[in-house]
Design a protein around this ligand. Sequence first.
Ligand code: PLP
Length: 385
Amino acid sequence: MTTFCSDKLQKITTPFYYYDSVLLEETLNEVKKREAAYSNYEVHYAVKANANNTILQKIQQKGFGADCVSGGEILAAIEAGFSPNKIVFAGVGKSDWEINVGLDQNIFCFNVESIPELLVINELATAKQKKASIAIRLNPDVKADTHANISTGQKETKFGIYFEDMDKVLDVLRTCDAIELIGIHFHIGSQILKMDNFVSLCQRINQIQDHLEQVGVQLKHINVGGGLGINYTDPEQDPIPNFADYFAVFNTHLHLRDTQKLHFELGRSIVAQCGSLISKVLYIKEGVNKKFAILDAGMTELIRPALYQAYHKIENISNPQEEYEEYDVVGPICESSDVFNKNVKLNVAKRGDLIAIRSAGAYGEVMASGYNCRTLPKSYFSEEV
Ligand SMILES: *Cc1c(COP(=O)(O)O)cnc(C)c1O
């Protein structure tokens, strides 16, 4: 559980990201322990959740692989020490230079999302006299009970190839000498808390595997992506997600063949709870029927509330003893969507108070922008302050 030393944090220029290294370490140890219960499971950290170099190093040092969605992420992962043979590379729009980065670094696997991409990888690998290992990202048409903007596994999202097209893919693959098909890949969405969604994914994969075996295709690797959700409402209640239950779902419902390896790509569940955005109250402004707490952080530092109506717990860490009052907590950016939340119960706030926006370690710092000519936020780790 993260505790804040407001005296020390008060001295740092706001807004900034604060990472609880102890919680991150405990979370990583828990994933490792639960993963180790199954000899054939391999977890790749989804770099897009948080590509902060110190975070990447801490995760890499525990021996995890990396899941990348751009050439820049591959380079960031390698710079932080991730081993290329544990890097997987997904994305619907891989540029030629990004594919070449993957080929030059000899990454473990390209997760391919379309037939035209397959042909380009084959061409670029041929030019380098290399063989690219690939998995086909299949769209399982499985529902994820989450926000529409972070749901990826249903028909007519841009991600993946429909299973009905798999025979076509296999035909094309027979003409691609510079490609080896090693697996199939899935990712149904993010912030998924209903284990039933993952059960449905397993059942779908079982059908797909049966079909592939009937047409003579045997695969060494199944990759089920990421998506395990976290408790945004009450981070103290669940600082570490239930990885044991999550892995157990796949052990129970997915029929892996004897020599098959199962890969996971976890992002949010690993890094979300260890991070908070720390900001100062600039002004308390009286509205007609409400009060606004105007912060020096806004959607430029944390865009999730504006982008997908995401909920983050907000706390006044300067005055934990004060009684509560309701505020609309807003940022300084010139957009009406720059609101962290409305009718938030905070300990009575005044100019200069420190506000912690919790569970911001995933899709927070990494999505920061320079809109309104703002500077990108700095980050600090608990051992530094
Ligand atoms: C975003 C993403 C992930 C990670 O999702 P989380 O919800 O953060 O666990 C994994 N795989 C792919 C392909 C992704 O795009």
